[in-house]
Ligand binder design. Structure first.
Ligand SMILES: [Zn+2]
Length: 64
């Protein structure tokens, strides 16, 4: 049986099931998942997307 895939929203840093993500965005070949269209909007409008990704990677290292 396949385990549910948990992904992290890079904007609000919330953990969500991938199937339940309300929005996605592809940046540099990687798909990012968002809990809401608001978060996707913030990500899409941000010029420096790396800051979100950096923050997400830091929080992943520390664990939820
Ligand atoms: Zn979010």
């Amino acid at each position: 049986m396949e385990k549910k895939k948990i992904v992290q929203d890079p904007v609000c840093l919330m953990y969500i099931e991938r199937d339940k993500a309300l929005a996605t965005s592809i940046y540099k070949g990687t798909t990012y998942y968002f809990c809401s269209h608001m978060c996707k909007d913030r990500f899409d409008r941000e010029f420096d997307k790396e800051q979100f990704i950096r923050k997400m990677n830091e929080s992943m290292r520390q664990g939820p």
